[in-house]
Write a protein that binds this ligand. Structure first.
Ligand SMILES: [Zn+2]
Ligand SMILES: [Zn+2]
Length: 258
């Protein structure tokens, strides 16, 4: 029986169609192809095939855009937004316009041709997460930017492209997306009514009920949200209350708290 579930933060109703939910094996489809690795612009030794690097971890060679790196960040070859220029907000009758100023970067997570982030070592994954943090801290200095989204496409039909070299994308925008504005407003409304933080309440309830907790570990809890929008949606929430809204979407998981 399908169910209607309301997201307690933004108040949006979601239809949960349980019968149609896909199983984990329907998400796989990786085939190892050595020919594909030869053509890959993200592998070590192919640095000239990408735009000049913005950030890199280079324990074996300090030369920019040379080999000897563990992780590189480069501007997207087909960016949605560009760092150069002013916002130049203007009106055109009823329409409001501004320039597409922002950042669109690609985080090449390893120098090896590995398709899935799950196949990286713990050390490599730590490096990737620390890189997100460093890049966000750097972009935060740009007063024009308000919001940073980190995301990953994986698999056919996801927009991940034909080259299966594990990478993430980072987009910084000069405006807050509508969903984020709604989430901030919803969290504020909950606080004004209850005088408590909605995320802290949600974490407390989930830890007590243990119905949707996927993992409870040091400082963080991973839960399957009550009103999930898609199969395997996972929220990774810091247990400690903080002042800033931090949300990182990596494929089907997200980090958020207010
Ligand atoms: Zn590659
Ligand atoms: Zn809180």
């Amino acid at each position: 029986m399908p169910e209607l579930r309301k997201d307690p933060i933004i108040g949006r109703w979601v239809i949960i169609a349980t019968e149609r939910a896909r199983r984990p094996d329907q998400f796989s489809g990786h085939i190892h192809d050595p020919e594909e690795a030869k053509a890959c612009p993200f592998c070590e030794g192919k640095e000239a095939k990408t735009p000049s690097e913005i950030y890199a971890i280079r324990p074996r060679n300090p030369t920019r855009n040379g080999p000897g790196w563990d992780l590189r960040v480069v501007p997207s070859i087909s960016p949605f937004l560009r760092v150069e220029g002013d916002l130049d907000r203007r009106g055109n009758g009823v329409y409001d316009v501004m320039n597409g100023v922002g950042a669109h970067e690609v985080v090449i997570e390893t120098n090896q041709h590995i398709a899935n982030m799950a196949d990286l070592s713990e050390e490599q994954i730590t490096r990737v997460l620390n890189c997100y943090s460093d890049r966000i801290a750097d972009l935060e200095k740009d007063m024009r930017l308000k919001y940073v989204l980190v995301f990953k496409n994986y698999g056919k039909g996801s927009g991940g492209g034909a080259i299966r070299h594990t990478r993430s994308q980072l987009i910084a925008t000069p405006v807050n997306p509508k969903r984020v504005k709604e989430e901030l407003a919803g969290a504020r409304q909950y606080y004004e009514y209850h005088e408590r933080c909605v995320f802290c309440d949600l974490i407390k309830q989930e830890l007590e009920q243990k119905e949707r907790v996927i993992l409870d570990f040091d400082g963080f809890v991973a839960v399957s949200p009550f009103a999930a929008r898609f199969p395997f949606e996972t929220w990774i929430l810091p247990k400690k209350h903080g002042k800033r809204l931090i949300k990182i979407i990596i494929g089907i998981s997200r980090l958020c708290h207010a």
